[in-house]
Design a protein around this ligand. Sequence first.
Ligand code: ANZ
Ligand code: ZN
Length: 828
Amino acid sequence: MHERYEPRTIEPKWQQRWEREGLFRLKGKGEKRYVLEMFPYPSGKMHMGHVRNYLIGDVLSRYYRMKGFDVLHPMGWDALGLPAENAAIKDQRHPAERTLENVGQFKAEMMSVGYSYDWDREINTSHPEYYRWNQWFFLKMRQMGLVYRRMSRVNWCPGCATVIANEQVKEGTCERSGDPVVVRKMQEWAFRITRYSEELLQDLDKLTEWPERITSMQKNWIGKSEGTSILFAIDGQAESLEVFTTRSDTLFGVTYVVVAPDHALMPKLVNAQTRAQVEAFAADMERKAAQQKKDEEPEKEGVFTGAYAVHPFTGQKVPVWAANFVVSDYGTGAVMSVPAHDQRDFEFARKYGLPIKPVIQPKDGPLAKAEELTAAFPDDGVMQASDEFTGLPSDEGRQKLAAALKAKGGGGPAVTYRQRDWGFSRQRYWGTPIPIVYCEKCDPAHEGIGVPVEQLPVKLPDIDVAKVLTGRGEPPLSKVPEWVNTTCPKCRGPARREVETMDTFVDSTWYFARYLSPHDETAPFDKAAAQRLLPVDVYVGGPEHAVMHLLYFRFWTKVMRDMGLVEIGEPVKRLVTQGIVNGPDGRKMSKRWGNVVSPSDIVGKFGADAARTFVLFAGPPEKDIDWSDEQVEGCSRFLARVWRLAYAHREAAAEKAPLGGETGNALAIRKAAHKALKRVTEDVERLGYNTAIARVMELVNYLTPMQPSADKAERAAMAEAVRLLAAMISPFAPHIAEEIDEAYGATESLQARTWPAFDAALAAEDAAVYAVQVMGKLRGQVQVGVEAGQEEVQAAAMKDEKVAPHLTGKTIKKVVFVPKRLINFVVA
Ligand code: ANZ
Ligand code: ZN
């Protein structure tokens, strides 16, 4: 053992040895633990957020291995997507080339941090061996009716003559050309995720080990709303307008009906006089919506369509308007307006001079007079002026009304969800090609013919970057005629390929399953392996994925279950969302603030173990932490102290003196070590890495002043303490741990050995005996742990059978507390 701690020599040594011995590979037997971190998009460099993300999983993986579990801890690359394509457009390099380079760099950085990955299972979503299975899923899901074509709105830049992504719209203009963006309607491919809305919602209850914040965001996103559907006949037409309402108790207060400007029945609603005006209004609203800044509530605007709706109970005719506040794809895209009881309807009615009719009386006051209203009364109350429903409380009224509507075929109870289907086609090159061809002869309706499964993968063509990745005009793939022109799988005649590619979120819906058999050429993954290894036990990633990725992969899991591929219905048991690593100035690390700290610089300067210890020590996983060079240095000094301690007692390690029966100093050393081990074990189990490290620091502080002793028992106790210390720090600072452990005689890596068990007797907390006084008179005694605080001692004292009688019927005015000695109650 060298006298000096030199991370630069020991770290590569252990990294190579771990790889060589295959210590991080799945063994295929025993109880499993699947620990996964969200895989990165391989941009050039790893940042501190990545380092932290992977460490949270790494510590757990290392700990689980030592606990004897068969651990699956894989890593891969979310390599397709828009950023790579945009970079390629900018500097005219092929995205595949850049990806290869980035992956190399990223992986080397990961290696230098000492993560315990099973690199044999590395995956890369930009490889056809991976994305062919996206295509395979697409085809299967199309057969299940889970994939379909629909019209949708896209951002269109007239300058670039191309569709642009939401991220590329800046303040209503195209990020590249600066032209105002317009909305266009286009065909797109969509996944019918809404078929699973109810199940996705219900199963949130099973996710007891997910942060509440995430599950409640998903709940809101799915947005289940229970209400009533009501049919309004259109005066003079055979059709009716269906509205969705959560307030059917206000039905008798309806004074107009509003539809979305693009409502399907619009052609029936307008007439010769109103048509032009309504169309102009709709176009105007589209234009304004495209220019809309995020989080800005648009001014409510509307126009009379010319049609009247017939009230289902009173037969009264109310005007039908079109307005921008009705969302066309929520509910039925039509609303019954009750200005007396809905603030939005109230403002609209006032603006356009529409009547207001109060029908809900507040529980504690009179029914409002329309002329006197200054705002809507939105609460529940008692129904008024509502024919046979008059006098009913709102909730009862809603049920009676829904039943009455159902009985007469005019509607009934209804449920609607805010969640939409997932439009996943992108007009991009760097994505999974959608395996569809169009043949004029076999498919005149252009529904698309699926490429036969045996012909998968449909590979991305190699391209002339300058010609194809221009960022302008038609989708890139349409500029590759050799690829577009193909033969129809049905008639063998000429056909054209679909030129759109899949959203990259498709890639990450099922990657956790691909790790089970990453080289499988016959199936997306091995079913038997899935049965053994799924679900993921612990998944670590950023909370920003709360509603896209984390909802999509739950959806996909349910689909895979319905395909018979897996038995689980949920992909992940425990979700850990990690906090941000801020710069030293407390601001989010970003080029913009010039506060970015590079992981490789830190590893180069202080070593991986110091960097790891700092990141883990700075705060619990879910909390944001601020980077601090001084504290990294502090961690590096701490590790150097661990090293010196081990070095100082290295000779004791060679002696084989037996343990047991110690007294005095030897006993004290053993107690300190086993207590620390007990607490570190408990802390790691609950992911309390920062407190675990703090416990180790305490132990090191305690042991450091001790010089090698002449006493055999004490020497043996010290050797044991250092060995335990090495094991305890090994999930956090694995390199130094291994080196010390080896110097202390180990022949095998700690990762091949068992997490030490603490000796319960040695680890037991010492007791403290408190004298309990009431008004200064000794009344009893209680025994508690030495660490017990006032609250605990007080509770124990008040329960004591000798003390309690002196306190009954009295009020405690004051409590005097002398730690480890005495508690005195002052009563009146
Ligand atoms: C009449 C009414 C009276 C309403 C009243 C509210 C209060 P949630 O809970 O979000 O589902 N609504 C229905 N479809 C809509 C659409 N496509 N665009 C905009 N608004 C829509 O809200 C349901 C309520 O939102 C419905 O109940 C409807 O207005 C409106 F005193 O109907 B209500
Ligand atoms: Zn054909």
